[in-house]
Write a protein that binds this ligand. Structure first.
Ligand code: IMP
Length: 431
């Protein structure tokens, strides 16, 4: 008898923005809990329900479903102001997060000096990462440097003041002496964050206990990854990455559950590739193709509004992603964006210094200088956004989907051809 799936980790299998928001929204129907385990308000999950569009940065997209418990795990970095703004935004839409959301007492807190340092480092000409400037990297840096401040710490007045002073003294020296900008006041930030803490008091708890109890009680959980595999601090295109583990393993440390309790890992891939910010991108389009796909796919960041870079589907990266994450099946999004293409390319390898690679080695400069090797597929040249069943997709589209699954080395579970929930179909096994 097939094992009942109770725990699923959903990851982005490329560079983020694969359309995870919509997929999470669909999968949430069948689960009791939705848990975020890494990243912060650098993420942007877009969900379209009827005529309403919701963009959530920090709160799990599952919040849009009544009766689901949402959790921001210990691996997330929380900007309390951003969180309170998101809670108010939901309230305006008639959603009471108070009943549906819990935040880990161990989650680290983003402060204004983190945002400032993130911004100042990005002004440099060399070594820019193209971050979202939300203070994510500096906050995680403090966490691993063991000087960070956690949600729980905000509630202990004396301890919080002492930790804050330690941090601000150090950061102010950097801000003034290295960057020549004014520093921050301990008292101003202390008062501001004590106010945030008071507003968030009822949300904060030991979420590890909550999640593990839910599992013991037979409840089902979806762990929603933010960003994507190649933005992972260990496995991504370092240093052009985010500062957390966006891969599936991050769910265990970032939510406090053991690996043996994970039943399934799903990966979301776009039918092509995009990335935001700096960093190598072997299959990046030329300008005219970029322009066309960017417009058709509305490829603009939902957090910063920046134009996304676009390129052909890179099967080498996705195959790697399937291995690193232990992905059981992929979900292909935005197939309809390729509807007008006569020819569609898939990258199946790289040439670098005369040698062929089908992997993604850590050699410095490899991805910047390799030449992608493509196979070409005929396009379907038909509109797919109205198709609701896999068998009704044009043959060339089905062949493209099957080839992606074959190259990725896993099954294809769903295919999405538009923003709304009903523009999604289960994928058939046969072309
Ligand atoms: P940070 O996470 O703001 O530090 O940014 C580091 C890199 O990750 C930059 O290239 C960002 O553009 C990218 N990034 C961060 N969050 C997302 C996301 O949700 N989608 C896509 N790219 C992201």
């Amino acid at each position: 008898m097939a094992k009942k799936i109770r725990t699923t980790i959903l990851v982005g299998a490329q560079w983020g923005d694969e359309g995870k928001g919509k997929v999470i929204d669909i999968l949430t129907e069948d689960v009791d809990f939705v848990v975020r385990y890494q990243g912060g308000n650098n993420a942007g999950h877009t969900v379209v329900i009827g005529d309403d569009k919701y963009v959530l940065h920090l709160i799990p997209s599952g919040i849009l479903h009544e009766g689901k418990q949402c959790v921001i795990g210990n691996g997330v970095v929380v900007d309390p102001l951003a969180l309170l703004e998101e809670i108010s935004f939901l309230k305006e839409k008639g959603i009471d997060a108070g009943k549906r959301l819990k935040v880990s007492d161990r989650a680290h807190v983003i402060f204004p000096y983190h945002r400032k340092l993130d911004e100042l480092r990005e002004v440099r000409k060399k070594g820019r990462i193209g971050t979202t400037k939300r203070g994510i990297g500096p906050c995680y840096a403090d966490k691993v440097s063991r000087v960070g401040i956690r949600m729980a710490d905000l509630f202990d007045e004396a301890y919080f003041r002492e930790r804050l002073k330690l941090n601000i003294d150090e950061k102010n020296a950097i801000l003034k002496n290295l960057y020549g900008v004014p520093g921050f006041s301990v008292e101003v930030i202390f008062d501001e964050y004590r106010r945030y803490a008071a507003s968030l008091k009822n949300f904060v708890c030991d979420t590890n206990e909550l999640i593990n109890k839910a599992l013991s009680d037979g409840r089902s959980i979806l762990f929603e990854g933010a960003q994507g595999t190649f933005l992972d601090v260990d496995y991504g295109t370092y240093p052009y990455v985010t500062s957390s583990n966006s891969t599936a393993g991050g769910a265990c440390t970032g939510a406090g559950i053991g690996p043996s309790r994970i039943d399934r890992v799903l990966g979301v891939v776009k039918a092509y590739t995009t990335r935001v910010g700096e960093g190598p991108f072997p299959t990046e389009f030329n300008e005219s193709m970029m322009d066309k796909i960017r417009k058709k796919g509305n490829e603009f960041g939902s957090t910063t509004g920046r134009a996304r870079r676009c390129g052909w589907f890179d099967a080498v990266l996705v195959r790697n992603s399937v291995i690193i994450n232990g992905i059981d099946s992929v979900i292909i999004t935005k197939l309809d964006v390729l509807d007008d293409e006569k020819k569609i390319k898939i990258c199946i390898g790289y040439r670098y210094k005369g040698k062929k690679y089908v992997t993604f080695p850590a050699i410095p400069g490899f991805l910047e200088n390799c030449v992608p090797l493509y196979e070409e597929h005929p396009g379907w040249m038909e509109q797919t956004s109205d198709v609701t069943s896999y068998g009704d997709l044009p043959l060339a589209a089905r062949k493209y989907i099957q080839r992606i699954g074959e190259l990725a080395g896993c099954g294809v579970m769903l295919v999405s051809v538009g923003k709304s929930r009903d523009q999604t179909m289960a994928c058939g096994k046969k072309v």
